[in-house]
Design a protein around this ligand. Structure first.
Ligand code: AN7
Length: 354
């Protein structure tokens, strides 16, 4: 059994004797080596950090387990968040596991089907706000300041403390930090957390070097790239449809301190990477997660030299979160066949000898 995250990284987390050691099996996610992409790029190694393998299918569980443990320690019985979907799924799961009341505010019509299914199944109180994520976050922040509910968005400092453990795992698996860390950027908490994790392990002598941080936003939702908030953010990657990131400063610091970049990728580039990951690597992720690879490919096309470099792409969430998208982009319609061998043989005749 993999060790619970709170136990494995205890010495680096803000835990006390009174913090309850809760777990749903988060962390310890696979670092899978690319079989094809790395050749295309001429790099020495590309790895995918498969955060979709967390218990609710996204990286959010790492931060949530710490935030919920600390909420329990403080005697809270009520948690709340705004979310583009994954944070709400994670809060709802840990809330259910710990017997808490969970309230989630989601932007109406903008959350992928799998994530809505999770919030409902775990029994959270779900409110569909007639507005975007940024507005939902403002509302829940105000709500939590007026009522006895613990805010579990990444403005809760315990969330990023938990999320930084992913950087520890990358170093533990590779023996050192990679040359580049490619990561999607939405509310900018995760890039902030990874950078903190890399620095912490470096200072502790567990890594000899630090990676350059390469963050990627979707073109229609790229406030950090443009240097100003985006009022009406748009992108197919609903998880990162965020116009005013809460951890903006942290992302800029991660970029500048590491000598990295934050760039934008188009929806077409996101979809190209999404398909490539699934069809050429066997990695099925949600579209927001594919931005790490879309960005890497874009920088390579622009002439950035990745030869001989070791690169880790963070794959933040599972493709099962957004089943509608996979069906929309099918190249051929689903083929029906009569239930007899002759019909099946005829249907597949062109496949032999491929
Ligand atoms: C799959 O769940 O903001 O830059 O409310 O779900 O730390 O925000 C999700 C964000 C990347 C961006 N990939 O991370 C939410 C939410 C996936 C995500 C991000 C999100 P941050």
């Amino acid at each position: 059994m993999r060790r619970p995250l709170l136990e494995r990284y205890q010495e680096y987390l803000p835990l006390t004797e009174q913090t309850p050691p809760i777990t749903l099996g988060e962390g310890g996610t696979p670092l899978v080596r690319s079989e094809r992409l790395w050749r295309e790029l001429g790099t020495s190694e590309v790895y995918f950090k498969l955060e979709g393998c967390n218990p609710t299918g996204s990286f959010k569980d790492r931060g949530m387990v710490v935030a919920i443990a600390k909420a329990l320690e403080a005697g809270s019985r009520f948690i709340a968040c705004a979310s583009t979907g994954n944070t709400s799924a994670s809060a709802a799961a840990y809330g259910a596991h710990c017997g808490l009341t969970t309230l989630v505010l989601v932007p109406k019509g903008s959350v992928a089907a799998g994530k809505m299914a999770q919030a409902i199944a775990y029994g959270a109180h779900v409110l569909a706000v007639n507005g975007n994520f940024d507005r939902a976050l403002q509302l829940v922040r105000e709500l939590c300041s007026r009522h006895p509910a613990t805010l579990v968005n990444s403005v809760n400092p315990f969330r990023l403390e938990g999320q930084k453990t992913a950087a520890f795992e990358v170093i533990d698996d590779l023996g050192d930090a990679p040359d580049y860390l490619c990561i999607p950027v939405g509310n900018a908490g995760n890039i902030t957390a990874y950078w903190r994790g890399f620095r912490t392990y470096h200072e502790a002598g567990k890594a000899k070097r630090l990676p350059r941080m390469l963050g990627f936003q979707a073109e229609g939702s790229a406030p950090i790239v443009f240097g100003h908030p985006v009022k009406d953010p748009k992108t197919i990657a609903s998880a990162i449809r965020i116009g005013s990131p809460a951890s903006w400063k942290g992302a800029v610091a991660a970029r500048d301190e590491s000598g990295g970049r934050i760039d934008a990728v188009s929806d077409e580039e996101i979809l190209e990477a999404y398909k490539l990951l699934a069809r050429q690597e066997g990695v099925f992720c949600e579209p927001a997660s594919a931005t790490s690879v879309a960005g890497l490919l874009k920088l390579a096309r622009e002439g950035m030299d990745f030869r001989g470099k070791r690169i880790v792409c963070v794959i933040t969430g599972s493709g099962l979160k957004d089943p509608d998208l996979a069906q929309q982009i099918a190249d051929v319609p689903l083929q029906e066949v009569s239930a007899d061998l002759e019909s099946v043989e005829e249907a597949v005749s062109s496949l032999w000898g491929r």
